[in-house]
Design a protein around this ligand. Structure first.
Ligand SMILES: [Zn+2]
Length: 508
């Protein structure tokens, strides 16, 4: 007996094949058949006119602590996302020593969702997530920032034995079920690492055949050199490479998406399996302190505060240059603290924006921002490329956040696929599904066919979309009608059932 029959939908296999009109049969947690006349079912849903696709996989999530929140948080399910990959940009919430947890509770405040940051091994973190019950499946990368924080604190130079300590912690994480290694090379303390340090950790990932995902060392003027570094690491360690949130940042660099794509293709021609992900917006979002040069953060938040209290050091940091020079104060929207919803220009008034920035970071080193950095033509050129998947880079669903948190996938499908035709539907679905499942080795997911895990999204192609804005981002997307999680209908005719059916996924 079939448990669930989705009848008459437009079925996409997630591999880029043309759609077919067919029924989809689910028994237990598995898709058992795709076709017609599949037999009687305990529940039959008429999905005529709707697209039936594999559930989406988000390669770039920062929802690490969301499962530990008191209430279930369906903001990804409502987008059709059935699997999130967390631990990105070098930030995982394990392994953390007691000292590292204290530092991380400030450093990672923007993505900790108000949940206390505790000392945990990677295995303990995965158990905590599984026990809490995520609303969607979660797979976790181990982050280089976190490894370094635990093994070496916030200082620049590695102490004797710290490199070996990091390698042991990474091996423990992979043994426990981490699905890869991530780095965030603009963020302290990860930014203090040289190429050799990262290669050594990627070699540990290679022993488990796991990928390396990186927030590149630079995404603006030195982007291509940063790509070359990542490719060198992946080539020397023989791991797959994921370039996180591909972008061309900074006005002087706009229009050069082709150069980035050429670089990725050249790396593939040289034998490195490199791919990327992207969110469909011109603005990024991170913590406000990222506008300061990396040197400002050396030694931790105490040292940062001392520097910002000293006028001469402030001036020296300004002269050192950084992301601040590539943005306009009016393009920096504050998402935390007393000025939430105002821009850096608003708060500065007739004063000096650099001084305002330093004052704001001093007042709250963990506060967040949304910052417009990209050109629309670059976003579309990267999005159209087959090497680039869709990934949200979401924040936690609390307070003012970048609208990608609530709307990344519906916006891609509605605005960029249906309205603008940047790619066709089969390719769009592939970018949201198998493109990520393959890269991260999530076997049985990302395709729709007999034997696949029954993670499914069912949506109206005419209604899919997101009405959220930067000022009011936390809007429920339109068009997502059903989401099935391992056979359980968790979005039922547009309504979240409040179940916490997600599992922790480990490498096959
Ligand atoms: Zn990042």
């Amino acid at each position: 007996m079939i448990d669930l029959l989705l009848r008459g939908g437009t079925v996409h296999d997630g591999l880029g094949s043309p759609a077919v009109t067919a029924d989809v049969a689910v028994t237990g947690d598995t898709v058992t058949a795709v076709g017609t006349d599949l037999g009687p079912a305990r529940r039959t849903v008429d999905v005529t006119g709707l697209l039936v696709t594999p559930g989406f996989l988000d390669p770039h999530a920062h929802s690490d602590m969301v499962p530990l929140m008191a209430d279930p948080q369906p903001f990804k399910l409502r987008q059709g996302v059935t699997t999130e990959i967390v631990g990105n940009c070098g930030y995982s919430f394990a392994p953390l020593s007691a000292d590292a947890a204290r530092e991380a509770s400030v450093l990672f405040a923007d993505i900790s969702a108000g949940v206390p940051v505790r000392a945990r091994t990677f295995a303990e973190y995965l158990v905590a997530v599984a026990d809490a019950g995520p609303t969607n499946h979660v797979a976790a990368l181990v982050g280089h920032n976190t490894l370094r924080l635990t093994a070496n604190g916030m200082v620049r130079n590695l102490r004797p034995g710290a490199a070996g300590h990091m390698a042991r912690l990474a091996a423990e994480a992979f043994e426990a079920g981490a699905i890869g290694l991530s780095s965030g090379l603009i963020y302290p303390p990860g930014c203090y690492a040289d190429t050799a340090e990262l290669t050594a950790l990627a070699r540990v990932a290679h022993r488990w055949n796991l990928p390396y995902a990186t927030h590149l060392r630079n995404e603006d003027n030195e982007l291509l050199a940063a790509v070359d570094e990542a490719v060198t690491i992946a080539r020397d360690a023989r791991v797959r490479l994921q370039v996180s949130h591909c972008k061309i940042a900074g006005r002087p660099n706009h229009g050069t998406a082709g150069a980035l794509l050429d670089r990725l293709r050249a790396a593939r021609a040289a034998g490195v399996d490199v791919r990327g992900d992207l969110y469909p917006y011109r603005a990024g979002g991170t913590f406000l302190g990222a506008l300061l040069p990396a040197a400002a953060h050396e030694g931790g938040t105490g040292a940062l505060r001392s520097r910002l209290l000293d006028p001469a050091t402030r001036a020296a940091l300004r002269a050192a240059g950084g992301l601040f020079d590539l943005t306009e104060p009016g393009d920096v929207l504050l998402t935390g603290g007393p000025h939430t919803g105002r821009t850096l220009a608003d708060v500065t008034g007739t004063g000096d924006a650099w001084e305002t920035l330093c004052d704001l970071v001093l007042a709250d080193p963990g506060t967040g921002m949304v910052v417009t950095l990209m050109a629309e033509r670059d976003v579309r050129a990267l999005m159209a490329d087959p090497l680039v998947a869709i990934g949200s880079d979401n924040g936690v669903p609390v307070g003012l956040q970048h609208p990608r948190t609530w709307g990344c996938f519906p916006r891609f499908l509605g605005t960029y696929v249906r309205d603008l035709g940047v790619v066709d539907w089969p390719e769009a679905v592939r970018k949201c599904t198998s493109a990520t499942a393959d890269q991260f080795g999530l076997v049985g997911r990302g395709f729709l066919g007999p034997g696949a895990v029954a993670d499914l999204a069912v949506f109206d192609p005419d209604a899919i979309g997101h009405g959220g804005s930067y000022a009011q981002p936390d809007v429920t997307p339109g068009g997502m009608r059903f989401v099935v999680l391992a056979g359980h209908v968790v979005i039922d005719d547009g309504t979240f059932t409040a179940e916490r059916r997600g599992r922790v996924l480990r490498p096959a």
